[in-house]
Design a protein around this ligand. Structure first.
Ligand SMILES: [Zn+2]
Length: 162
C-alpha cells in the first residue's frame, strides 16, 4: 500500500518530520531534531546521541521517540544510541537556538563546547546584554546553569555546554 506521496517522500524525511514533533521534556520548546539528538536515519533505525549522559531526560526522550515512531506505524524502526562523538551544543540548529531564546533560555554560543563554562559570555535572552553573572551551576534542571543579567536584572537559564 504505497501512496503516490510516500514514493516521493523518503523514509528519512518522514522520520525527521515525525521526530520534529518530539520534544525534550525539560526543554519543551525545542524538538529532538533541532536539539541535534537525532544523528541519522538509516534503513530500519534511528541513531540518537543523548545530550547528557546520566541526565534523567535521556530515558524520557528515548521513550518519546519510541512512542512517536509507534504511533506513525514505524514500530519496526529501532533506536540506536551512539555516544561517539559525544553530543555538543554546537549541534543545536539555528531554529533551535531561536526557539531557546524565545523560551527564555540563553542558547550557548557556537564553539563554546571547547571553552570552559566560565569563559563563555552568556548573553541575556531577554535584552541581549553580555553583562551577566552565574548564580548557580544548576538551574531548574541539572542540564542548565542559573545566570542573572546585570542589565535587566532578570535571572535566566543557560544551556550548559560540554
Ligand atoms: Zn537582560
Amino acid at each position: 500500500m504505497v501512496s503516490a506521496l510516500s514514493v516521493t517522500v523518503s523514509l528519512r524525511d518522514r522520520v525527521l518530520e515525525i521526530l520534529s514533533a518530539v520534544h525534550d521534556p525539560e526543554i519543551p520548546c525545542i524538538s529532538v531534531v533541532d536539539l541535534g539528538i537525532v544523528r541519522a536515519v538509516r534503513d530500519g533505525a534511528v541513531v540518537i546521541t543523548p545530550t547528557y549522559t546520566g541526565c534523567p531526560a535521556t530515558i524520557a526522550i528515548e521513550a518519546s521517540i519510541r512512542a512517536a515512531l509507534d504511533r506513525a506505524g514505524l514500530a519496526d524502526m529501532k533506536i540506536e544510541t551512539t555516544l561517539s562523538p559525544p553530543w555538543t551544543t554546537d549541534w543545536i540548529s539555528e531554529k533551535g537556538r531561536e526557539e531557546l531564546r524565545i523560551y527564555g533560555i540563553a542558547p550557548p554560543p557556537r564553539g563554546a563546547a571547547k571553552q570552559s563554562l566560565r569563559e563563555q559570555a552568556a548573553k541575556c535572552p531577554r535584552c541581549g546584554s553580555s553583562s551577566t553573572e552565574e548564580l548557580s551551576r544548576f538551574g531548574s534542571t541539572p542540564c542548565k546553569a542559573l545566570h542573572r543579567c546585570l542589565s535587566c536584572r532578570e535571572p535566566f537559564d543557560l544551556f550548559k555546554c560540554h
